[in-house]
Design a protein around this ligand. Structure first.
Ligand code: PLP
Length: 363
């Protein structure tokens, strides 16, 4: 007898790869996972701690109080909101409920890797649409939609490229899709975007029957370890996702911290403003070294290193790592010559600029 064999789709999954953070203590500069360098609101930390005596109790079955807080904060309807153990879980649930063997999903070439992983996990086939200038290409995506297509995933802005589709392009994408194809707008970085033509998709969700927007507390709210995501969609789709959602999937401390974080609008605004100030400064410093930086509207950038020289991407990654700076290689995203760096604090980014300059100048 042969040992148990996993489903064919699962065997095709390339596991999600993060950066090794390594040891070396608190003085490491970790800019590998797009976490907020400015940390969570102290009110979120207090709310989290205050729940410690409830550990023996199950959390709310459906994160109702967090959903109510999200509805109030964003002016949305609570029955159109579902919470997940990270938005990654919501991506999984969407794939589980809407795609299966013989189905396809479409995502953009350098899109977030959870889309092909979730797709293969349910036995469906992920189809990558080529990008133009490291930006999702609406026509290329629409070209790959056919009778087997069940879902189109788009991260807006996209990780790792940092590029985004403006509202007009997003609406053109939606207008070109058959009504039975679900459009997933992953707006994990929405709160950082200051571009005037950007829209995370709330209006489109309201107008259409086939659009769902996902969001997260892992980025600007700086609650990555608590694993909280949420989605806003048509009530019929939320009801379907609720059938496959594990009960109690958001913990009590996560719910409490999430509500407090939403409430601390000053902290969120400060984090956004700091990023809006540090991102262009960092980009100009790096460009002054002769390196190419892809324009980004998020809290991270990708930087290109010349594969023909000995100062290629892997060399840059290693050089920085040895100096206590943890970045992310993005070869798994089809970008072998680029390294992704999140925007840390000013002091951290000054160190990163110094180290990068030393790398480029070979000192
Ligand atoms: C970080 C990120 C998420 C967030 O995932 P969580 O599971 O909520 O932590 C989702 N989508 C993209 C594109 C991301 O970069």
């Amino acid at each position: 007898m042969a040992p148990p064999k996993a489903k064919p789709g699962v065997l095709q999954i390339t596991p999600y790869a993060g950066s090794e953070v390594g040891s070396g203590g608190a003085d490491r500069i970790v800019i590998s996972s797009n976490e907020s360098a400015f940390g969570p609101s102290w009110r979120a930390m207090e709310a989290y701690s205050a729940t410690s005596e409830e550990m023996h109790r199950y959390p709310e079955i459906d994160a109702r109080s967090l959903r109510l807080a999200l509805a109030e904060h964003h002016g949305l309807e609570v029955e159109r909101i579902i919470c997940g153990c990270g938005s990654d879980q919501l991506i999984d649930l969407i794939a589980l409920a809407y795609a299966g063997p013989d189905d396809e999903t479409v995502y953009s070439e350098h899109g977030f890797t959870m889309y092909p992983i979730a797709t293969r996990g349910v036995g469906a086939t992920p189809v990558a649409a080529p990008e133009t200038d490291l930006t999702a290409d609406v026509d290329a995506i629409l070209d790959r939609v056919n009778a087997r297509t069940k879902i189109v995933f788009i991260a807006n802005p996209n990780n790792p490229t940092g590029s985004y589709l403006g509202n007009d392009a997003l609406r053109r994408l939606h207008a070109g899709l058959p009504e039975d194809v679900l459009l997933v707008l992953d707006a994990a970085y929405a709160e950082y975007v200051v571009a005037p033509d950007y829209d995370p998709g709330i209006a489109l969700v309201r107008e259409a029957s086939n659009v769902i927007m996902t969001r997260t507390f892992s980025k600007i709210y700086a609650l990555a370890s608590l694993r909280i995501g949420w989605a806003y969609g048509p009530p019929e789709i939320i009801e379907i996702l609720d059938r496959v959602r594990p009960p109690f999937n958001v913990s009590t401390p996560a719910i409490a911290a999430g509500i407090a974080a939403l409430d601390d609008t000053e902290h969120t605004a400060r984090s956004r403003d700091l990023n809006a100030e540090l991102l262009p400064w960092f980009v100009s410093e790096v460009e002054a070294m002769g390196l190419t930086v892809n324009p980004s509207v998020g809290n991270f950038v990708i930087i290109r290193f010349d594969p023909e020289s000995d100062r290629h991407a892997e060399a840059a990654y290693q050089f920085l790592f040895e100096r206590g700076i943890v970045t992310r290689r993005v070869a798994g995203y089809g970008l072998p010559d680029w390294v992704r760096m999140s925007i840390g604090t000013r002091a951290e980014m000054e160190d990163v600029v110094g180290a990068l300059r030393a790398f480029v100048e070979g000192t």
